[in-house]
Design a binder for this molecule. Structure first.
Ligand SMILES: [Zn+2]
Ligand SMILES: [Zn+2]
Length: 284
């Protein structure tokens, strides 16, 4: 695909509206994307999970969100390509069979929680440093390794059972770990596990997103996944895309220019972009 001038990447498929924990309405994102000369814009409401209602869409809200997106897709079809997505949490159990009749254009598969091995309790790895510390302390035998490995095991299971189009914020467990305070990202056990996950992704035809949401919210200094993981992704020929995980319209292309530079430095020549209902290579 032709490179466009003055625009680092003219699309974003990861954004949240007021149906979940986003601050803006779907139409506001679409208007912002039109203003930025985007080729396509997709939104990806957090799927319903029964044990954490606050940040996620309700069941009823999910249907309303999809209806509204269908209406907006039609309304703006001469100005921009609008796509209807969902950020399907692992514990929502979405898969091509379950969501077949919803009218989704794509699914981002994300792991945000790890379920306790014994109790009916779900530990969120995405909420606050305190909740992460609580999760580490209470999960299994209480060391950081158990929780982090369980997080990645959920990703592997999600790849096999749910087959998302895009894998969301691959190393989200790094969110509160900028000073290496919770686990060592250079440790052998961590890297071995990441290798295992990436080998599964490579077999499954799934796109990994470079996600700038951790930076825009002030938690990380670099996008997900880390540069060392991006290098592993590049070696395996796994395709990548770029998204901002926007919770406000201002962040629709947050850190895109810098992220494209990071991807280029690793060796990537293109990013996947959704156009005419399919994923194409966008040259960088
Ligand atoms: Zn997420
Ligand atoms: Zn998100």
């Amino acid at each position: 695909m032709e490179k466009q001038k003055n625009i680092s990447f003219p699309s974003n498929l990861h954004g949240h509206t007021t149906y979940c924990d986003g601050k803006n309405k779907a139409e506001e994102y679409i208007l912002k994307a039109i203003g930025k000369n985007f080729i396509s814009i997709g939104l990806s409401g957090h799927s319903y999970v029964y044990f954490d209602k606050e940040p996620n869409m309700s069941l009823d809200g999910t249907l309303k969100y999809i209806e509204e997106m269908k209406f907006l897709k039609e309304k703006y079809k001469n100005k921009i390509q609008v796509y209807i997505g969902i950020e399907a949490d692992f514990y929502s159990g979405f898969n091509p069979k379950v969501d077949k009749n919803l009218g989704l254009d794509y699914r981002i598969g994300s792991v945000h929680y790890v379920k306790d091995k014994v109790k009916d309790e779900y530990y969120c790895v995405d909420a606050t440093p305190e909740i992460l510390a609580y999760a580490i302390k209470n999960y299994d035998n209480g060391d950081e390794k158990s929780l982090i490995l369980a997080y990645y095991n959920n990703i592997i299971e999600m790849i096999h059972t749910q087959k998302p189009d895009i894998l969301g914020h691959l190393d989200l467990v790094r969110k509160f770990n900028s000073d290496g305070r919770y686990f060592d990202e250079n440790s052998e056990w961590y890297n071995r596990k990441v290798d295992e996950v990436l080998d599964e992704i490579a077999k499954a035809d799934i796109i990994v997103e470079i996600n700038t949401g951790g930076i825009s919210r002030g938690w990380t200094k670099t996008p997900y996944p880390s540069v060392s993981i991006l290098e592993k992704i590049f070696k395996r020929n796994i395709p990548i895309t770029l998204s901002s995980d926007a919770h406000t319209v201002e962040n629709i292309d947050y850190y895109f220019r810098e992220s494209v530079e990071i991807a280029k430095k690793v060796g990537f020549k293109s990013l996947k972009i959704m156009r005419d209902g399919k994923f194409y290579d966008f040259e960088i």
